[in-house]
Design a protein around this ligand. Structure first.
Ligand code: NAD
Length: 258
C-alpha cells in the first residue's frame, strides 16, 4: 500500500498554485507524509506570504526560506531539519532558473553568466542539497528531481535549460550510484510541458503544449497532480527497487518519432 505516514518530506520549488511542486506536495500530504516547505525569499516578503497561504491546508511542519544560490540558507534549512525532525526521508528538488533572454533565439548567443547561473541553480543545487541531505537520511530515503525532454533532444528555445537538464539527469545517475549503499534512492521525473511561471519564460511554450496535445498518445498534456502521483509512488516503498531512473510523465510524448 502507498503509505507515507511517519515520513518527513522536504519540498522545494512551490511558487504558486500552478507549480509542479504544489501538485507533488498535495499528493505527498494525501499519502500521509509530514511536510517541510521551502520558498525562494524576495526582499518584500511577497513570496513568503503567498506560499504560506497556499500551503496552509497541508499543515507544513516546517516553512523555511531557501535560495539555493546561498550556501548559508541551504545550511540553515538543513540545520532546522536536523534539530526539529532528526531525520529526513524524502527530498523533492523541483526548481530551475534561466534568464528569459537565454530561453529563445540562438543557443550560441547564451552569455557566460547566464549559462553559469542556469546550471548553478537548476543543476548544481541538486548535488548540493543531496550532499547535505545524505547524513540526515538515516533510515534511507528518496530524492526526486524534475527534468524535461529538452535535456535529451534539441527542443526549440529550451537552449541552456536543455544543457542544465542533461547535467541534472547525469547527476541523478552519479548520486544514485553514490547514495545507493545508504539505501537512498535518487530519481527524476521528466514531465511533459505544463503552464507554470518557469515554463512561461520558454519561448513558444504554448505552441509546445498544443503540439503535445495533437501528437502525444494520450492526446493531451499532463497535470501537476499526475506528476504528484508519480512522485509519491517514486518516494514510497512501492518503488524500493527503483533508483537512478528518469520516469516520463508526459502522456507518452517521448516515444513518438513524429
Ligand atoms: P515554477 O515556476 O512553479 O517552479 C520553479 C521554482 O523554482 C519556483 O518555485 C522558484 O521559486 C524556484 N527557484 C528559482 N530559482 C531559485 C533559487 N535560486 N532558489 C530556490 N528556488 C528557486 O515552475 P515549474 O514548471 O513547476 O518548475 C519546477 C521544475 O519542473 C523545474 O525544474 C522545471 O524545469 C521542471 N519542469 C517543468 C516543466 C513544465 O512544463 N512546467 C516540464 C518539465 C520539467
Amino acid at each position: 500500500m502507498l503509505d507515507l505516514t511517519g515520513k518527513n518530506a522536504l519540498v522545494t520549488g512551490i511558487a504558486n498554485n500552478r507549480s509542479i511542486a504544489w501538485g507533488i506536495a498535495q499528493q505527498l500530504h494525501k499519502a500521509g507524509a509530514n511536510l517541510g516547505i521551502t520558498y525562494l525569499p524576495d526582499e518584500r516578503g511577497k513570496m513568503e506570504k503567498k506560499v504560506a497561504e497556499l500551503v496552509e491546508p497541508l499543515n507544513p511542519n516546517l516553512f523555511l526560506p531557501c535560495n539555493v544560490e546561498l550556501d548559508e540558507q541551504i545550511q540553515s534549512t538543513f540545520e532546522v531539519i536536523r534539530d526539529k525532525w532528526g531525520k529526513l526521508d524524502i527530498l523533492i528538488h523541483c526548481l530551475a532558473f534561466a534568464n528569459k533572454e537565454d530561453l529563445s533565439g540562438d543557443f550560441s548567443q547564451t552569455s557566460r553568466s547566464g549559462f553559469n547561473q542556469a546550471l548553478e541553480i537548476s543543476t548544481y543545487s541538486l548535488v548540493k542539497l543531496s550532499g547535505i541531505a545524505k547524513p540526515l537520511m538515516i533510515e534511507g530515503g528518496s530524492i526526486l528531481t524534475l527534468t524535461y525532454l529538452g535535456g535529451v533532444r534539441a527542443i526549440p528555445n529550451y537552449n541552456v535549460m536543455g544543457v542544465a537538464k542533461a547535467g541534472l539527469e547525469t547527476s541523478v545517475r552519479y548520486l544514485a550510484a553514490e547514495l545507493g549503499p545508504h539505501n537512498i534512492r535518487v530519481n527524476a521525473i521528466s514531465a511533459g510541458p505544463i503552464r507554470t511561471l518557469a515554463s512561461s519564460a520558454v519561448g513558444g511554450i504554448l505552441d509546445m503544449i498544443h503540439h503535445v496535445e495533437q501528437v502525444a498518445p494520450l492526446r493531451r498534456t499532463v497535470t501537476q497532480l499526475e506528476v504528484g502521483n508519480a512522485a509519491t509512488f517514486l518516494c514510497s516503498d512501492l518503488a524500493s527497487g527503483i533508483t537512478g531512473q528518469v520516469l516520463y510523465v508526459d502522456a507518452g510524448y517521448e516515444i513518438m518519432g513524429m
